[in-house]
Design a protein around this ligand. Structure first.
Ligand code: G3P
Ligand code: MG
Length: 246
């Protein structure tokens, strides 16, 4: 079983450096975080890269869907100017760049499978190739909102750790249905939006022996974090850990 820490850097430390970049992950490490989370999807030439959105629009100086461009084109984009409001040399890293850094520093990685729609299987296969290059590094787990991605990855690596991410209980399944899915697929982790959390829900999830993680659109402050840990949340995805003891 993986030993997850109380705080996991969200897209590196997304409020302190451009999200999902090496700068952001290096800063997370410097600040003392032991684990980071990154969003992974593929380029047109099936290179797994670290980027949250389906498109390049929000976090680079270019527009278009990631899946329509080669990595050599994507690597030239400025992935830092949206954050600093001036030109930077910061680029969109590959998953391999992240593995390289984290395996050297023994930093844990939560790999969120976030494929462009229709590319779920290609995404999983390309990520598996990278994972296979790092045989001696196993300080990571996979998570996803997309059940298909988790199940496809599990076919390749049945013994790795998997977490299901859930943003609401209205669109697809109820909590009970999600818990059944976790049980049937032997997932170890249930990651839910902070807005869904109350003691009843936490107790139900814990009864199913799942490790609970939580994320939010905004940074989770220390006072709230203490309440979440007390309720039974194991790890919080943090955008800015500056006020926490690390
Ligand atoms: O895995 C937690 C969190 O990263 C999920 O939401 O949208 O930030 O990828 P998002
Ligand atoms: Mg994510």
């Amino acid at each position: 079983m993986l030993n997850l820490p109380k705080l996991i850097g969200h897209r590196g430390v997304k409020n302190l450096a451009p999200e999902n970049t090496l700068d952001s992950i290096e800063l997370a490490h410097k600040l003392g975080l032991k684990w980071i989370e990154v969003d992974v999807k593929i380029t047109k030439d099936k290179i797994p890269i670290v980027l949250h959105d389906d498109s390049l629009d929000r976090t680079t100086n270019f527009k278009g869907l990631t899946i329509d461009f080669l990595y050599e084109e994507i690597k030239k984009l400025d992935a830092g100017s949206f954050f600093y409001n001036h030109k930077t040399n910061i680029f969109i890293p590959t998953l391999e760049n992240i593995f390289n850094f984290c395996s050297k520093q023994d930093m844990g990685i939560n790999i969120e499978l976030k494929p462009n729609q229709g590319f779920e299987i290609d995404n999983v296969k390309a990520i598996a190739k990278v994972v296979n290059k790092y045989k001696n590094f196993n300080n990571f787990y996979f998570s996803s909102f997309d059940l298909k991605s988790l199940n496809e990855m599990k076919k390749i690596f049945p013994d790795f750790h998997y977490g299901l991410l859930v943003d609401n209980f209205e669109n697809a399944y109820s909590l009970e249905e999600y818990l059944k899915i976790c049980e049937n697929n032997k997932f170890f982790n249930f990651g839910l939006n902070k807005k869904l959390i109350n003691s009843e829900i936490i107790n139900k999830i814990k009864k199913n022996n799942l490790i609970i993680t939580t994320y939010s659109e905004n940074n989770i402050e220390l006072i709230e974090a203490n309440d979440l840990w007390k309720l039974g949340v194991t790890s919080i995805f943090i955008d800015d850990p500056s006020l926490f003891e690390l």
